[in-house]
Design a binder for this molecule. Structure first.
Ligand code: S3P
Length: 449
C-alpha cells in the first residue's frame, strides 16, 4: 500500500521504570518468506504467528495477485493455497509493495524466471531505493527490467521464458539479493549457485529446505556457496513464525536505559545470523538473561529477561554488521546513554535502507544534544552516560519505522521529551508498538490526547 496518509507526530518522555512482559510480533523476514514459499508450494500451507504489519500484508496481497489463495483465519493465523513452482499467473494490476524492500525484491526473484510480466511500485521511500542489486542477477537468468533512472521503482520485470541457471557471487552482503536469486533459481533448470562472502540472515535457506527444495552448501575461495537444485516440487508446510528480534530490540533497549526497569520479552528468535545486537549489548554491560533456550519453527528462540544497566561504549566489529543491520538505529540510541564512545564501522548499507539511516540518526541525535561523527561507512556516537542526554529535539523519521521507534525509545531516557514528526511508518513492522510500550509503563503520547 503506497502512501502513509496524514503524518502522526508522537512524543516520548521520562517516567517510571518499565515493567512487565512484552510480546513482540512475528518475525518480518520469516513472515514474507512463509507467504511467498507457501504460494510456490502445491497445496495448503498453514502459518501461525505471522506479522500482520503493512509490509507483510502487502506481500500477502501480491501473492493473491499472482494467483495464490491467501486466507486470514485469525490473529497471526493464515492459510496459503499455493500454485506450485512455475505456477504464478500474470497479475492484472500493478503490484504495490508499499514500504517493503524485502517484499518487492523477493517477489521480483520469485516471478523473474516465469513467462509473465509484472510491474512493481511502492511508497516514496521504496521508490528511492536501488533495485539494480536484484535486477542485475535476475538478468543473468534471462529476465529483463525496465525501471526509472538509477534502477528505481516503478519497474516492470519481463520474466525469462527459458531461464538458465546462474552462478552469482553477491557483491553486497544482502539477504534480500541472496533470496531473490534463490527464488528465481527455483524455476530454472539445473543448479543455481549463490556465493556469499559474509553470512547474512539464512531464513530463506532454512525455509526452502523445510519446503523440500534440494539445497547444499560448499566452502569456496569466494565464500560460502549455496547450491539449489531447480524445479523442485515444494511441499506445503506448517510454519510457526518466531518473534522478531529486530522488533524485540525496541523494548529491550528501552528497558536497558530507563532506570529501574525489569521486563521479559518471551520467544525471541536467536538465529545467529540475526543476533549481533544482543552480542553487542552484552559487551556493553547489558543485564540480559537468555532463558529457556529452545527451537520453534526451525529457529532457535529464548525468553529475554532484561534489566536497567550501566552501559559502556564499544567498537562494533564490521564483520558483525550483517547480523544486526536493522538494529544500528536503536543501538545508536543506547550508545548515547552509555559511558564513552561507540564506533560502528562497515555500515554503509544503512544508507540504502527505508531511509539513509546514518544521516537520519546523526541528525536526530544532534537535535537531542548528542555528539556524533559520521562518514560514508561509519557512525560514531559519543555517549553521555545514563542521565546525560538533553533531548528536547524533534526528529525527522523519513518514512522509516526503525528511525521512528528508535527516537521514541530515546525520549524515555532523555532529560527533555523527544518528538518525532511521523509515527505512521511504525505500522509497517510493529503495529502494536504504541500499546505494548504503554503497557510496560512508557509515556508515549500523540498531540491532543
Ligand atoms: C531482510 C534483509 C535485510 C534487512 C531487511 C530484511 C530480509 O536487508 O535490512 O530489513 O528479510 O532478507 P538486506 O538484505 O538488503 O541487507
Amino acid at each position: 500500500m503506497s502512501g502513509h496518509g496524514t503524518p502522526i507526530p508522537m512524543t516520548s518522555r521520562r517516567g517510571g521504570p518499565l515493567k512487565g512482559t512484552a510480546e513482540v510480533p512475528g518475525d518480518k523476514s520469516i513472515s514474507h518468506r512463509a507467504l511467498i514459499l507457501g504460494a510456490m508450494a502445491v497445496g495448503e500451507t498453514k502459518i501461525t504467528g505471522l506479522l500482520e504489519g503493512q509490509d507483510v500484508l502487502d506481500t500477502a496481497a501480491a501473492m493473491r495477485a499472482f494467483g495464490a489463495d491467501v486466507q486470514h483465519l485469525g490473529p497471526g493465523e493464515w492459510q496459503v493455497h499455493g500454485v506450485g513452482v512455475g505456477g504464478f499467473a500474470e497479475p492484472a494490476q500493478v503490484i504495490d509493495c508499499g514500504n517493503s524492500g524485502t517484499g518487492v525484491r523477493l517477489i521480483m526473484g520469485a516471478m523473474a524466471t516465469l513467462p509473465i510480466t509484472a510491474t512493481f511500485t511502492g511508497d516514496a521511500s521504496l521508490n528511492k531505493r536501488p533495485m539494480g542489486r536484484v535486477t542485475d542477477p535476475l538478468a543473468l537468468f534471462g529476465a529483463r527490467a525496465y525501471g526509472r533512472q538509477g534502477g528505481r521503482l516503478p519497474m516492470t520485470i519481463v520474466g525469462a521464458a527459458d531461464p538458465v541457471p546462474v552462478r552469482y557471487a553477491l557483491p553486497v552482503a544482502s539477504a534480500q539479493v541472496k533470496s531473490a536469486v534463490l527464488l528465481a533459481g527455483l524455476n530454472a533448470p539445473g543448479e543455481t549457485v549463490v556465493i556469499e562472502r559474509e553470512a547474512t540472515r539464512d531464513h530463506s535457506e532454512r525455509m526452502l529446505a523445510g519446503f523440500g527444495a534440494g539445497l547444499r552448501f560448499e566452502d569456496t575461495d569466494e565464500g560460502r556457496a549455496i547450491i539449489l537444485t531447480g524445479q523442485p516440487e515444494l511441499t506445503p508446510q506448517t510454519v510457526a513464525v518466531p518473534r522478531d528480534p529486530s522488533s524485540a530490540a525496541f523494548p529491550v533497549c528501552a528497558a536497558l536505559i530507563v532506570e529501574g526497569s525489569d521486563i521479559l520479552v518471551p520467544g525471541v528468535s536467536q538465529n545467529p545470523t540475526r543476533n549481533g545486537l544482543y552480542t553487542t549489548l552484552v559487551e556493553m554491560g547489558a543485564d540480559i538473561a537468555f532463558q529457556n533456550p529452545r527451537e520453534e519453527g526451525g529457529e532457535p528462540v529464548a525468553d529475554l529477561a532484561v534489566k536497567f544497566s550501566s552501559l559502556k561504549g564499544v567498537e562494533v566489529p564490521p564483520a558483525r554488521a550483517a547480523s544486526m543491520i536493522d538494529e544500528f538505529p536503536v543501538l545508536s540510541v543506547v550508545a548515547a546513554l552509555a559511558q564513552g564512545t561507540t564506533t560502528m564501522r562497515g555500515v554503509k548499507e544503512l544508507r540504502v535502507k527505508e531511509s539513509d539511516r546514518i544521516d537520519a540518526m546523526a541528525r536526530g541525535l544532534e537535535a537531542c544534544g548528542v555528539r556524533v561523527e559520521e562518514d560514508e561507512d561509519t557512525l560514531i556516537v559519543h555517549g553521555t552516560g545514563p542521565d546525560g542526554v538533553p533531548g528536547g529535539g524533534t526528529c525527522a523519521t523519513h518514512l522509516d519505522h526503525r528511525i521512528a521507534m528508535s527516537f521514541l525509545v530515546l525520549g524515555l531516557a532523555a532529560q527533555k521529551p523527544v518528538t518525532i514528526d511521523d509515527a505512521s511508518p511504525i505500522a509497517t513492522s510493529f503495529p502494536a508498538f504504541e500499546g505494548l510500550m504503554a503497557a510496560l509503563g512508557a509515556s508515549i503520547t500523540r498531540p491532543n490526547r
